[in-house]
Ligand binder design. Structure first.
Ligand SMILES: NC(=O)c1ccc[n+]([C@@H]2O[C@H](COP(=O)([O-])OP(=O)(O)OC[C@H]3O[C@@H](n4cnc5c(N)ncnc54)[C@H](O)[C@@H]3O)[C@@H](O)[C@H]2O)c1
Length: 259
């Protein structure tokens, strides 16, 4: 337990997922009040029960729904009417090669990963500016800065998030708001385990398979993503804005690819 976010309020999207939960837990440990946002109300309730922190509130919201995002303002006002940190962590996936990507799948993924994150950011900015030390941390992906085959639409949206981070850093510097991105590699979460299970792989088999392309030859843990998110969100990173930080066990340095 520390005090690196004492007195701060954070909004985290995708708060019911593996990485969102790890960020929420660490932020609460460091003294932040946390507003966890997710479209999955049941998973959100289960997540908060698991975290068991009294400084964590929740709001159910599909960030692809503009009207629902606008109503998030009410949740922020009810949760102390302050916001110092926004973590754009919610994301959805599509599994097509670009040759097979149709308009509907493009629209589904862009609506959440690009437009949704953009709408939440725009909603949060008046509070972040008022904070005087506002910080946005975007959870992009190592595949927003490297290419691979098979999840191209997702990778395109993560590259867009990297670009949005840089633009936001430049536009908002005058208001004291910093914007940075972390780019996780392969991290063990409900999502990755679910994908493996669908292919008939257990967690142990997934860990043993050795296809993880990272020079640090293992899967990352959600807490290993949460730690750099905390640092970038905290005042320790007060001169860092527009940075794009790979947190991927060296994947983006190695040039090794997943086919
Ligand atoms: N797990 C990995 O290996 C990995 C690697 C690189 C990047 N990431 C990124 O990290 C972030 C978290 O990933 P995770 O593995 O914890 O995923 P996850 O699927 O476990 O969690 C994502 C959460 O986002 C929520 N969500 C999805 N669409 C939403 C919407 N429209 N509105 C509100 N909430 C929505 C889901 O309900 C879920 O709880 C994502 O941005 C993901 O792209 C993950």
């Amino acid at each position: 337990m520390g005090h690196r976010l004492e007195g701060k309020t954070a909004l985290i999207t995708g708060g019911a997922g593996g990485i969102g939960q790890a960020i929420a837990s660490l932020f609460a440990d460091e003294g932040a009040r946390v507003l966890l946002v997710d479209r999955d109300a049941d998973a959100l309730a289960a997540g908060v029960a698991r975290l068991g922190r009294d400084r964590i509130a929740t709001a159910t919201c599909d960030i692809a729904d503009e009207a629902r995002v606008a109503r998030l303002g009410d949740a922020i006002r009810a949760h102390g009417d302050a916001l110092d940190i926004l973590v754009n962590n919610a994301a959805t996936r599509e599994y097509h090669r670009l040759a097979d990507a149709d308009a509907a799948s493009w629209q589904r993924i862009l609506a959440v990963n690009v437009i949704g994150a953009g709408l939440v950011t725009a909603l949060a900015l008046p509070w972040l500016r008022r904070s005087g030390r506002g910080a946005v941390v975007n959870v992009a992906s190592t595949f927003g800065i490297c290419g691979r085959a098979g999840m191209g639409q997702y990778d395109v949206t993560k590259a867009a998030m990297v670009a949005a981070t840089r633009v936001l850093a430049i536009e908002e510097a005058r208001y004291g708001v910093r914007a940075n991105a972390v780019c996780p590699g392969s991290v063990l979460t409900g999502f990755t385990l679910g994908r493996a299970a669908a292919r008939g792989l257990s967690e142990a088999e997934l860990k043993d398979r050795g296809f993880v392309p990272a020079p640090i030859a293992r899967w990352g843990e959600p807490a290993e993503i949460a730690a750099p998110v905390l640092w970038l969100a905290s005042d320790e990173a007060s001169f860092i804005t527009g940075a794009v930080l790979p947190v991927d066990g060296g994947v983006s340095a190695s040039g090794t690819r997943v086919a």
